[in-house]
Design a binder for this molecule. Structure first.
Ligand code: HEM
Length: 347
């Protein structure tokens, strides 16, 4: 099995997230050089301060994949599916995702600038978020985040797309969303109301009993199972970000063996389970971005397959929109055929 990128780590206190789009006229050879140099860049910067345990992960979006590589593509890679229901989860542009984390922010900065300088005019940064540790790994809404992440072999199983992707093993699907919190509205709630919105206690981070946990709590809507009753996990690495005089929020990032797991959670949150029973947290936080990637194994990045033959011009990207829950899972081909999932509306 190909060695995955270093995704499963302890929680670092600093992170930088870069979302980039490739120019229509991008020099694909130059972009591929940056991609194949990525793990080496992280290694050489990290080795200057090994105690800071720098980690860098590179993800590639659906449209960019077809411009960059020939050969098999990740079986389930498609653009982020926009959700429109009681709440909206927008789908926003993103060809490359760079997730950097370390104990020292300067190392993340160093890789971020080296990579973007090397990409030059071939790419544009469409979102840059500097995340930080907030007390005992809390979001800015004051709750500990990451507690129920899978660990050990469970984490490896949760993020490794092997059975799902026989032709391209060892990779992981990545979904990101940037959320902006309405802090005045959230802090005007009592602690009990905030706890009911999350489904855990605030101070000591204990899960509420099922008998009292509201069905519209964040936890209730995000615990999902397969047909045999097995819980389906994703690995979250959210970070708070914010400015004293500006936006305050959470950068959500989740790694998974299949994008469908995260998509089901998002449907529960934004459309509701049952439809209309949406995540109470979303009354106080707004998703302003959403994009999806595949993080291939490190040796794929180091030595990628040749570029596609013929023109490397940007293909048209389909728009995927889901407006209500549906038994029919959206597929790449159905989505690509008419540019919309067309599965009705709650309105
Ligand atoms: C503003 C955005 C978000 C915030 C502030 C947030 C915060 C939290 C917090 C505080 C917890 C409880 C502690 C923990 O287990 O980590 C949690 C759990 C969880 N969240 Fe989120 N979250 C956000 C977005 C999302 C999204 C978009 C998803 C899925 C697509 C998600 C999936 C989960 C899952 C799966 C759990 C664990 C459920 C369990 O097993 O108990 N979260 N989140």
């Amino acid at each position: 099995m190909a060695a995955p990128q270093t995704i499963i780590t302890r929680k670092h206190p600093h992170a930088i997230f870069l979302v980039l789009t490739l120019a229509d006229s991008a020099d694909i050879g130059a972009v591929r050089d940056v991609i194949s140099g990525f793990t080496g860049t992280v290694r050489s910067v990290g080795s200057r301060n090994p105690e800071a345990s720098l980690v860098g992960i590179l993800g590639i979006g659906s449209k960019a994949w077809d411009r960059l590589f020939s050969g098999p593509r990740p079986a389930m890679l498609h653009p982020f599916i926009e959700l429109r229901g009681p709440h909206t989860a927008p789908s926003t542009p993103g060809d490359l995702l760079i997730h950097l984390k370390a104990d020292v922010t300067g190392l993340c900065y160093e890789v971020a600038t080296k990579v973007t300088d090397a990409l030059g005019g071939n790419a544009t940064i469409v979102d840059e978020v500097h995340g930080f540790r907030y007390f005992d790994v809390r979001d800015l809404i004051g709750f500990v985040d990451g507690t129920e992440n899978p660990t050990g072999q469970d984490a490896i199983d949760a993020i490794t797309a092997d059975d799902e992707d026989p032709s391209l093993q060892g990779g992981s699907y990545v979904a990101i969303q940037r959320y902006v919190h309405d802090m005045p509205a959230w802090t005007s709630l009592s602690t009990e109301s905030q706890e009911a919105a999350i489904g855990r206690t605030k101070a000591d981070n204990i899960e509420m009993d099922d008998a009292v946990k509201p069905s519209n709590s964040h936890i209730a809507l995000n615990v999902i199972t397969d047909d045999d009753g097995n819980e389906l996990d994703i690995l979250r690495d959210n970070m708070p970000y914010g400015y004293a005089d500006g936006e305050r929020g959470t950068f959500f990032i989740a790694y998974s063996r299949s994008p469908e797991i995260t998509e089901r959670m998002l449907e529960n949150m934004f459309i509701g389970d049952p439809p209309g029973n949406t995540d109470r947290l979303l009354d106080f936080t707004t998703a302003v971005t959403g994009s999806q990637y595949y993080a291939p194994p490190g040796d794929f990045l180091d030595d990628p397959p040749p570029p596609p033959g013929g023109s490397a011009a940007a293909p048209a990207e389909p728009t995927l929109v889901a407006t209500t829950t549906s038994a029919a899972e959206p597929t790449e081909s159905s989505a690509r055929s008419d540019g919309s999932l067309g599965i009705g509306s709650l309105h």
